[in-house]
Design a protein around this ligand. Structure first.
Ligand code: NAD
Length: 467
């Protein structure tokens, strides 16, 4: 595998240092990775700044053609990118290749959008037009759970709007992104897209860099607050996609077995390392026991293992820190509820934790109140739907949420009471490039995807002419 390089000013370069990337399924070093210095970050920003004037003057059609060309290359190389992703991130190979195909589809979607000027008034006294101009250099910062798809929330929209980019993947999952950079480097003029890797030490530098006009950040709430503070001095634009603690509220009129399967999938995909995973299941008293039993059965049957092995449904936690955090949350939960499936690590190498179901637990402890970001689901009993919504809303987060019922009118009404950026009915965690996505409260600021997401990479300009 490799060698991997940084992409700075159209050239593939070594880092000023190197670092190891570990395979979380084996705990062995997967590959060495270039590590950028602060000087290389500065070079990347300078290259993006120098490339901006010409790139911002290209036509929308030229930029769309570049996005389609990138989409084609990602699609053609999805099996290779997926294999790298599985080995650095841990997810099963089918999911990893699917993520690469998804990234390709997101580039293709943005190539279908436009940023048309809008005439607001055309009267005898004045003509007023609203336009959208690119911002300049964008710093794009990505976490370790979905390196490719989360990159594709940002890069195609930023490029289409006429911006240039410095992209920084997470320290523990840089490889698929660096390989992607190598594959697409000749599809854009030098400096338009720069990709650097760090040891978790350059995000703050990128955030406060005076020549970066906007930070598009996905990651934890705690780091998001630092980004907000770091961006304040230069008053740069920020979009923050942060953590969540999504509640699924299951009313008593659903089929418990069928719904349990869907809740299970919504909670345990990517071993629970999904910002919009179901992280709290509120289940009506009348079906509580049946739901718990079916969730436990599914957890017991789940196949966990190395994502490259055929049949693996769930891979390891991505890194040791997250693995230890989740084990700590499970230990804490033992004194607040009953573990009915899973409950800990598997013996041997790798950061594996069996899917864990905890019942007879309620609000006010770590598993329910914090973002566990791992394969453990608390199942909480309720008898009044309004009370369940109030408990769901009591969280400081507000990323997603879901209502499950056969009474679609009642579900529609309850959905409107959820204090979150997305609410699903009879499903959870469905994303598409044309559907705007963003969080309420501690889950973020601003929007990605869709036309709103594209607009966030622009500056609104009003041209107002006297007549
Ligand atoms: P993290 O905040 O630790 O790291 C995210 C990125 O920020 C990494 O690239 C990291 O190197 C960088 N970073 C570190 N310090 C920084 C600083 N001071 N300034 C700027 N950047 C810095 O997050 P993580 O642990 O990698 O990811 C998991 C978190 O991400 C979870 O909370 C999850 O819910 C959240 N997430 C949110 C979304 C969403 O769309 N809302 C999507 C995926 C993940």
């Amino acid at each position: 595998m490799g060698p991997f390089k940084l992409l700075i000013d159209g050239k593939l370069v070594d880092g000023d240092a190197v670092m190891d990337v570990v395979n979380p399924a084996t705990e062995e070093v997967l590959s060495q990775c270039p590590r950028a210095s602060k000087a290389q970050l500065d070079q990347a920003v300078a290259a993006a700044k120098a490339a901006f004037p010409a790139w911002s003057r290209t036509s929308m059609d030229e930029r769309k053609a570049a996005l389609v060309a990138i989409a084609d290359v990602i699609q053609a190389n999805a099996p290779e990118l997926g294999r790298i992703l599985t080995q650095e991130q841990g997810k099963p190979i089918g999911d990893a290749v699917g993520e690469a195909y998804g990234a390709s589809a997101f580039f293709r979607y943005f190539a279908s959008l436009d940023l048309p000027a809008k005439v607001l008034e055309d009267s005898p006294t004045r003509k007023v037009e609203q336009r959208r101009r690119p911002l300049g250099v964008i710093g794009a910062i990505v976490p370790w759970n979905f390196p490719l798809i989360l990159m594709a929330f940002k890069v195609p929209a930023a490029l289409l709007a006429g911006n240039t980019i410095v992209l920084k993947p997470a320290a523990t999952t840089p490889l698929a992104t660096l390989r992607l950079a190598e594959l697409i480097k000749d599809l854009l003029p030098p400096g338009v897209l720069n990709v650097i890797a760090d040891a978790n030490d350059l995000g703050g530098e990128l955030t406060k860099h005076p020549d970066v006009r906007k930070i598009s950040f996905t990651g934890s709430t705690e780091t998001g607050k630092k980004v907000m503070a770091g961006a304040a001095e230069a008053l740069k634009r920020i979009t923050l996609e942060l953590g969540g603690n999504d509640a699924a509220i299951v009313l008593g009129d659903v089929d418990a077995k069928e719904t349990a399967g869907k809740i299970f999938a919504g909670a345990f995909q990517n071993s629970g390392q999904v910002c919009i995973a179901v992280k709290r299941a509120y289940v009506h008293d009348s079906i509580y026991d049946a739901m718990c039993a079916e969730l436990a059965r599914l957890a017991d049957e789940a196949v966990i293992g190395d994502g490259l092995e055929q049949g693996t449904q769930f891979g390891p936690l991505q890194n040791r820190m997250q693995y230890e955090k989740v084990l700590g949350i499970i230990e804490d939960a033992r004194s607040h509820g009953t573990v009915i499936a899973g409950g800990g690590a598997t013996p041997g190498k790798g950061y594996f934790i069996r899917p864990t179901i905890v019942r007879d637990i309620t609000d006010g402890n770590r598993l329910v109140d914090e973002e566990q970001f791992g394969p453990v689901l608390p199942v909480i009993r309720f008898s009044d739907a309004g009370d369940a919504v109030a408990r769901a809303n009591a969280s400081p987060w507000g990323l997603g949420g879901s209502i499950w019922s056969n009474d679609l009118d009642a579900a529609w009404d309850l959905a409107g009471q959820m204090d979150s950026g997305s609410v699903w009915i009879n499903k959870h965690a469905e994303l598409a490039p044309n559907i705007p996505f963003g969080g309420a409260k501690f889950s973020g600021l601003g929007t990605e995807l869709g036309e709103e997401g594209l607009a966030e990479f622009t500056q609104l300009q009003i041209v107002n002419m006297a007549r």
